[in-house]
Design a protein around this ligand. Structure first.
Ligand SMILES: *Cc1c(COP(=O)(O)O)cnc(C)c1O
Length: 380
């Protein structure tokens, strides 16, 4: 069942890769030195480096509080739990996301209720109200690819129906909408530091931001067995803490986060300008009020599957994020027997593909990708 071993081997064969980690951590010896100090001191779980990380992260996202947890998935699941979401409750989200969004809702005990996406791949706020029932407790917008959802509309709906809002901002470190950073629109904002995310560590890691002291306190309790101190178990909680060693890696990379983000934006804009000319592709309009951080550079393409295979043969790691919407997954059967259609999500799964735009992609890599796509469509 561990398909990852083989996947890593295959992904590493490409000339132009999505996975850039050997370069990302080519200065690993500096990190080793810092880890050495941890080994001498021994504060492996929620140690001083975690505290330093939380302080740096809340400044980065301009939030009042940041609480580091075990993964992005835990960040979402614990947020729902902290907001009192329980068995029988409904949480509104999108079927065009990564599995973790849905897993977090279901493991929190709630039922995911899907609302289709709009043309920007994000949940369509105009379709949300129709799905609200007496059981609805929260909206969980996913800022897909690092493009923040229309949060003013979503917040208005949440206010009107007294719903909680948890942002899945796992793609959106450093992203902004109307000059406001991801994570500050809802009750909680959830981030992932999985090795392939924009800010990455040497394994799993996540972080939650909030601007509400009570919610920060609750999250602090929930992630660490509900302990206020060594001898007091105030509430029942979980064990979902960021390892101190991972915090060392995160702190090291945080210094480069602006460089990482800016390189992604620059690469994406270069692709935008050049790929726009290809008639068989459909590039999103970029909204001036958004700072998109392009965790994924996603485009719609005619003949998508053939194009992706063609690019793979050319050594370009073109990826599909993701080929099936959540309601087509086998796991979904336990949640609903009702067959509902989400046509935009289904279409996005059939038509979109992604190209790597990380900070180690150079201009000649971008040109090679552009030329290869032109070749495929005979548009030279
Ligand atoms: C990566 C991701 C998550 C989960 O993050 P992990 O750290 O891998 O648990 C959640 N939602 C989305 C949209 C993601 O891409």
């Amino acid at each position: 069942m561990n398909f990852l071993v083989k996947q890593y081997l295959n992904d590493n064969k490409n000339k132009i890769k999505h996975n850039y980690l050997s370069k990302q951590f080519s200065d690993y010896k500096i990190i080793f030195k810092k880890i050495e100090k941890i080994i001498k001191f021994g504060d492996y779980t929620l140690g001083n480096q975690v505290k330093i990380f939380e302080n740096k992260f809340k400044k980065l996202q301009k939030s009042k509080y940041a609480i580091a947890v075990g993964s992005g998935t835990d960040a979402i699941m614990l947020s729902l739990k902290a907001l009192g979401i329980k068995e029988g409750d409904e949480v509104i989200t999108t079927p065009f996301t990564f599995y973790a969004t849905i897993n977090a809702i279901v493991t929190a005990g709630a039922k995911p209720i899907f609302v289709d996406i709009a043309d920007d791949f994000n949940i369509d706020p105009n379709l949300i109200e129709k799905k609200i029932t007496k059981k609805t407790k929260a909206i969980l917008p996913v800022h897909w690819t690092g493009r923040i959802c229309d949060m003013s509309k979503i917040s208005k709906i949440a206010k009107k129906y007294k719903l909680k809002v948890v942002e899945d901002a796992c793609h959106s470190i450093n992203a902004m909408r109307n000059k406001k950073y991801a994570g500050n629109f809802g009750d909680y904002g959830c981030f992932s530091m999985h090795p392939l995310k924009n800010l990455n560590v040497w394994g799993d890691g996540g972080v939650v931001v909030t601007n509400n002291k009570k919610l920060a306190d609750k999250m602090n309790l929930l992630r660490n067995h509900g302990l206020v101190d060594r001898n007091t178990n105030k509430i029942y909680g979980y064990n979902s803490r960021l390892d101190t060693i991972q915090a060392v890696v995160a702190n090291h990379l945080l210094k480069k986060i602006n460089l990482i983000t800016n390189a992604r934006i620059k690469n994406a804009h270069y692709l935008d300008r050049n790929l726009k000319k290809i008639k068989s592709l459909n590039i999103l309009e970029r909204n001036k009020n958004l700072k998109e951080v392009f965790h994924i550079y996603s485009i719609k393409a005619k003949n998508r599957d053939k194009l992706v295979n063609f690019l793979k043969k050319k050594g370009i790691d073109a990826k599909i994020h993701y080929p099936k919407p959540m309601h087509f997954q086998p796991a979904y059967k336990i949640i609903s027997l009702k067959k509902e259609k989400y046509p935009n999500s289904e279409k996005a799964c059939k038509e979109t593909f992604s190209l790597p735009v990380h900070e180690f992609i150079k201009k000649n890599d971008l040109d090679y990708m552009i030329d290869s796509i032109k070749k495929f469509y005979n548009e030279n």
